[in-house]
Write a protein that binds this ligand. Structure first.
Ligand code: SF4
Length: 406
């Protein structure tokens, strides 16, 4: 979502006649899009402030902060930034820049300056009603607002006409899309409609909330042509006590039943997840339950974060009683479990032919992802396949990467 926000900010700036530079040392204006969950992300901004102050001592530099900025962050950071604005007010940036561009444009209407020519993020909703206790989103982006379906379809259609190969539908709680719309549109209606668009492309969607994963969605997914059998299903913790304290609205049992239902209905589905270790009050026993659920589900990839208290959120009122060392230990334990699972699972893919979208290169290698989001490394050939789907034979595997040849 931060990337998508940045694309919209870039577009407003470009319309105002400014040019983008990838080098911070050349910039006259720098903007930071702050993270919604981890305080460590906010802390990193302070490091940047120091760098910018050094630049400012030598030449003018305008600094702007947006993204998930809580009132408490704003108070502390006001003096370091020329402007702090709420991301939903991105169109008003033009007022700050004193140009004549209409500032009544709304967030969704701003046509983003896509960062890639073959991969694009398309927000379908913004804000969230869930109030997970560790998260700033409901306070910074407000309640959930779904974007009208025809607007989304038009944006996706245009991207496909321009030969975009990978589209990611974004929302803080993507699968509750439509709950606030008056016409009963659901997320399933939306993806069915997108799937009807002809072309060679694939569509992902992030992030799902387990409580909003409907049977209808699970049943429709394997019937669609452009939606890989891939679901990101944030778990956060395997302990009911911690889940309650996080205000997640599901239990370990319910999550497991849901994962089983998905596996049963969606052939060869890849399930990825988010896990937070070291949440306040997480005992060894609670952590054990997270390990247990990891083994049981066999995630294709977990994104594991060490809890860092974000002042201004409800969880920040709880004592952050797990030491840094213990969080690190738990993080390493989960990573080791995952490494073992992936080493085992990836070996089964050796010898298979998989469709891979090549998205980057480094020295003499290309990198891309399979439909179920596994990274594949390929030796470079003379023809340039970046941005193309290629058929790859998997010849070797490691825990975090597959190796193949075109
Ligand atoms: S679902 Fe929870 S973690 Fe995700 S944006 Fe909403 S409040 Fe934050």
């Amino acid at each position: 979502m931060n990337k998508s926000d940045a694309e919209r900010i870039a577009s407003v700036f470009e319309d105002a006649g400014l040019n983008e530079t990838k080098k911070e040392s050349e910039a006259d204006i720098v903007i930071t899009v702050a993270c919604s969950v981890r305080q460590s992300g906010i802390n990193r901004i302070y490091g940047k402030i120091k760098e910018w102050q050094d630049i400012r001592a030598k030449r003018p530099l305008t600094t702007i902060l947006s993204g998930c900025v809580l009132k408490s962050d704003r108070k502390k950071m006001n003096k370091f930034f020329d402007l702090i604005f709420e991301i939903n007010d991105v169109s008003k940036l033009t007022d700050f820049l004193e140009t004549n561009i209409a500032s009544e444009q709304k967030f969704f209407q701003i046509h983003p300056k896509y960062d890639s020519t073959f991969q694009a993020y398309v927000p379908i909703s913004t804000g969230c009603n869930n109030f997970c206790t560790y998260c700033a989103v409901p306070y910074t982006r407000g309640r959930e607002v779904s974007r009208p379906m025809d607007e989304i379809i038009t944006e996706v259609q245009r991207l496909i006409e321009k030969d975009y190969k990978e589209i990611t539908l974004l929302g803080q709680n993507v699968n509750s899309y439509g709950n606030d719309l008056k016409d009963d549109t659901t997320f399933t209606d939306l993806i069915k409609k997108i799937d009807e668009i002809e072309g060679t492309y694939r569509v992902y969607f992030y992030s799902n909330h387990p409580k909003d994963m409907s049977d209808e969605l699970i049943e429709i997914l394997p019937k669609l042509d452009h939606f890989p059998h891939y679901i990101h299903l944030p778990l956060q913790s395997g302990s009911d006590k911690i889940l309650k304290s996080m205000n997640r609205h599901y239990t370990q049992k319910q999550y497991l039943e849901l994962a089983e239902k998905i596996k049963k209905n969606v052939p060869e589905v890849a399930i990825t997840t988010d896990i937070i270790v070291g949440f306040p009050g997480e005992t060894e026993e609670d952590f054990f339950k997270t390990k247990q659920i990891m083994e049981k589900v066999g995630f294709s990839m977990p994104f594991i974060a060490k809890y860092s208290s974000r002042p201004g959120t409800v969880a920040a009122k709880l004592e952050d009683n797990i030491s840094k060392e213990e969080k690190e230990k738990r993080w390493r334990e989960l990573t080791a479990i995952q490494k073992e699972i992936l080493s085992r699972e990836n070996k089964k893919l050796v010898g298979e032919n998989l469709m891979v979208l090549i998205d980057s290169e480094k020295k003499d290698k290309y990198y891309g992802r399979t439909d179920n989001y596994k990274v594949v490394e390929l030796p470079k050939k003379q023809t340039d396949p970046i941005g193309q789907f290629v058929n790859v034979e998997i010849i070797d595997s490691e825990a975090w990467i597959l190796k193949g040849k075109i």
